[in-house]
Design a protein around this ligand. Structure first.
Ligand SMILES: [Zn+2]
Length: 419
């Protein structure tokens, strides 16, 4: 599309459609609306609100999102049948910028085994439905499902047929997460280069993570000329999930100098969005998940902690503040060093008196060996005990009284220190 900044990548969020199709996930209309509002704050370009024909509840959720959301395009999914397209239009027509999204298979596996149709019939059906959708809405996206496993010449023919029928967005999906990055990049390159009329359409991609390649395949497609990416918060979605929104966005952001691309997402809303989706779907994020996992900005080993405390650049390629976290997490474990120990005490406003420092450090090491993580509460007790033992009559209550107030952590400490 000639009038669009060629360096701009548009973010299409499908958390509420593909993400919500994850096994065991269900979002009611209120939850969907809360997530849509947060996606609006996050600054995504397109929100796919749902699959309106699937249930009255989902139709209503899509309608409420379309009425309320401003700024982002609101779309919803239809199979290539009139009833689905009518349901989508009924649900989203009040949106500021509505879009109808039509999906129909393109691979021979799907055409033969799922649809029981011929290639010619599929082309005809797709074109008719795109043309029908265009009588309702100016903005129509066509997804040739399972493009990653399709015959490339037939895919090219499909793309040019749908553009001629009126589709202004062509989305190339690797529905089964099967492609290698260079293969997928080549598919997208061929679709853009060989399909007549491709300059009239925006090219989008939709990748699945069955082999852990969704983000890599999406990046390969962007390098091949795609300028819209479908993704989900926390990477949720069918089976192993979709391209993770936070990963592709931070990839564009952190490697901007190399890639030369930009997107409109306000990255400081990423953590808040991730937590909301996790809370409302009842599904925790794996701790080592890139960007939004609890450990993504946590440092536990002494060598890394010392390095990060000297200069974050030593072990961090992005700032926690950029994704909406207040700070890196210096986790105190048995592998931590004294630099980290003093850093955490300092953050609690605790300064140890000269001479008590060694005793406190030894207490810390003893305790750290008995548990996964030493907490702020543990640190306060260690400091109090060290100071009390070193300076009698300094006004602190006796150590044993303090310990009686506390939980099993204190019991562990008492056992360790007093035998
Ligand atoms: Zn999908």
């Amino acid at each position: 599309m000639k009038d669009v900044n060629p360096d701009r990548v548009f973010i299409f969020d499908t958390t509420l459609r593909d993400g919500e199709q994850s096994p065991g996930f269900h979002l009611d209309a209120n939850s969907k609306l809360r997530i849509a509002r947060q996606l609006e704050k996050l600054g995504v370009d397109v929100i796919e609100a749902g699959f309106p024909i699937s249930s009255p509840g989902d139709f209503e959720a899509c309608r409420r999102i379309a009425r309320e959301i401003r700024g982002a395009t609101v779309t919803a999914l239809a199979r290539a049948v009139k009833e689905d397209i009518d349901a989508v239009w009924g649900a989203i027509k009040e949106a500021e910028n509505p879009q109808i999204h039509i999906v129909l298979s393109v691979s021979d596996v799907h055409i033969n085994r799922k649809l029981g149709m011929s290639r010619e019939q599929v082309l005809k059906r797709g074109a008719e439905m795109v043309a029908y959708a265009r009588t309702l809405c100016d903005n129509v996206e066509y997804s040739p499902e399972d493009a990653g496993r399709a015959d490339i010449d037939y895919l090219v023919e499909t793309v040019e047929t749908m553009i001629a029928a009126g589709a202004n967005v062509i989305n190339i999906p690797d529905t089964t997460g099967y492609c290698l990055p260079y293969e997928f990049g080549e598919i997208v390159r061929r679709a853009i280069k060989d399909a007549r009329g491709s300059d009239k359409a925006l090219f989008s991609v939709h990748c699945h993570n069955d082999l852990g390649l969704a983000v890599a395949n999406t990046l390969a497609a962007i390098s091949a000329g795609a300028r819209r990416v479908e993704c989900t918060v926390n990477g949720i979605g069918e089976r192993a999930g979709n391209t993770s929104l936070e990963e592709i966005v931070m990839l564009l952001n952190v490697r901007q100098a190399k890639l030369g691309l930009e997107c409109g997402v306000n990255t400081t809303e990423i953590t808040r969005t991730s937590r909301l989706v996790s809370e409302l779907t009842g599904t925790p994020v794996q701790p080592n998940k890139a960007v939004v996992g609890a450990n993504a900005f946590a440092h536990a080993s002494g060598i890394h902690q010392d390095g990060v405390l000297k200069d974050r650049l030593n072990y961090e390629i992005m700032k926690p503040e950029d994704v909406g976290l207040s700070d890196s997490r210096i986790v105190l474990t048995a592998r931590s060093g004294r630099h980290a120990f003093h850093h955490r005490l300092g953050r609690l406003g605790i300064t140890l008196t000269d001479g008590n420092d060694d005793a406190a450090w030894q207490r810390f090491l003893q305790l750290a060996d008995t548990k996964k993580e030493v907490t702020d509460e543990d640190l306060r007790k260690i400091a109090a005990m060290s100071e009390t033992n070193g300076h009698e009559g300094n006004g602190h209550p006796p150590v044993t009284d303090q310990l009686n107030d506390h939980n099993h952590v204190a019991d562990t400490l008492r056992h360790l220190i007093f035998g």
